[in-house]
Ligand binder design. Structure first.
Ligand SMILES: *Cc1c(COP(=O)(O)O)cnc(C)c1O
Length: 396
């Protein structure tokens, strides 16, 4: 088994269309934000069903600009799950606002509306709902808590392109939703992000802010028949997406439905295979959720961090790459002492007990069977080594 190539955790898939559009864009001479970005924005908005889509340089930039555009700043508290990639939290801090960590629902790993209700203060200025690993968060439950107070929800949809909540694509709710096109996500441009929204004047402002506050875009100026002198009404940033990235995005969007179908088939097959492996729980999707399976998260019931990490090591030594499931941001040194709603028990358990199995479009059935076999074997071996220390030896 050792001489077979490693099965990676994720792998983007690029085809002839990506190559064709990328090359055409390169040959056009327009490589920074220009006509391809406009085209990608229009196609993305159409696929989501949002009125607007604003392309930016990363998912983090999309979150940061979304918060900025809601006036979030010093003295404001933003409620956020600790159980998320740390970028979500960093975006709050870069706005000079204060993150307040809330707990998650143990079944979906998504923000818990009750924890949000308990964390509200007069300083609460926004809530970030993360659609974690592409599992849609329960927006209606959250809105029931935030709406009476007029608190905006910003969606971290970094992982959730193609996921659906109550039948509608994530990003179509009318909240600002921030997507990422990093290679670990479902639609890949290398680096890149997108904000979807329904408010056209806010979209115009976001487009100015991503480009130094400039009142006209380069593409508009290029098309103009007369000289256009731009104006700067507010101080912006450089969060532009390049046309090269947008070319990839257009090609990836064309393949999205096919890729989603494949991911769902792989997930269904994992679920089937896991029935034969005791103590490992597949992810559970509530009725309202149609996830894109950006990642495939499993829970090793009752595992400690140490055991989970040893299991991952054992799998790696047998040629299967995994990752820890989700991080607890409040446990990282840089957020030590940050404000939390309470003890966050579900966050801490999930951070300890979960791991991600390989999930990508080109994962073959043979390789998937190998993942399951290696998981099973490694569990046996892993728990045997802990048998002397505790009662875990009797679990299998
Ligand atoms: C990937 C990710 C981000 C950041 O996206 P980048 O494009 O890497 O900046 C933010 N939040 C979550 C939940 C993510 O998974």
């Amino acid at each position: 088994m050792a001489d077979r190539p490693r099965i990676p955790i994720a792998k983007p898939v690029f085809g002839a269309k990506e190559e064709e559009l990328l090359l055409a864009t390169l040959r056009s001479g327009w490589v920074t934000q220009g006509p391809r970005v406009e085209e990608f924005e229009a196609a993305f908005a159409a696929s989501i069903g949002s009125a607007e889509a604003v392309a930016v340089s990363s998912g983090t930039a999309a979150l940061f600009l979304s918060l900025k555009s809601q006036g979030i700043g010093r003295g404001d508290e933003v409620l956020v799950p600790s159980l998320t990639f740390i970028a979500t939290v960093n975006a709050i801090v870069h706005c000079d606002a204060t993150p307040v960590f809330v707990d998650v629902d143990p079944a979906t790993y998504n923000i818990d509306a009750d924890s949000v209700a308990r964390a509200l203060t007069p300083q609460t200025a926004a809530v970030i709902a993360v659609h974690q690993l592409g599992m849609p968060a329960d927006l209606d439950a959250l809105t029931a808590v935030t709406q009476p107070r007029g608190i905006p929800i910003i969606e971290d949809a970094a992982c959730a392109v193609g996921s659906r909540y109550k039948g509608a694509p994530v990003g179509a709710s009318g909240n600002l939703a921030a997507f990422s096109f990093h290679p670990r996500k479902v639609l890949v441009t290398g680096e890149g992000g997108m904000i979807t929204l329904n408010d056209s004047s806010l979209a115009r402002r976001l487009r100015r802010l991503r480009h130094q506050g400039m009142s006209v875009s380069d593409a508009e100026r290029h098309r103009a028949q007369r000289v256009v002198i731009e104006q700067y009404d507010e101080i912006g940033f450089n969060f532009r997406m390049s046309d090269l990235h947008a070319a990839l995005g257009l090609a990836q969007l064309a393949g999205l439905d096919r890729h989603l179908e494949r991911r769902r088939a792989i997930a269904a097959r994992y679920e089937q295979g896991l029935r034969h492996i005791a103590d490992v729980q597949p992810p559970a999707a509530p009725d309202y959720a149609d996830p894109n399976f950006q990642s495939y998260i499993v829970r090793v019931n009752g595992a400690g961090c140490d055991e989970r990490d040893r299991l991952m090591d054992a799998m790696l030594s047998r040629g299967v790459v995994t990752r820890r499931g989700l991080m607890a941001s409040h446990a990282e040194p840089c957020y030590r002492g940050a404000k939390t709603e309470g003890a966050l028990p579900h966050t801490e358990t999930a951070a300890r007990e979960t791991l991600l199995l390989p999930m990508y479009v080109e994962l073959t059935e043979d390789d998937q069977d190998r993942v399951l076999q290696v998981l099973d074997e490694s569990l046996e071996a892993g728990f045997q080594t802990t048998a002397n220390r505790n009662s875990k030896g009797s679990r299998r």
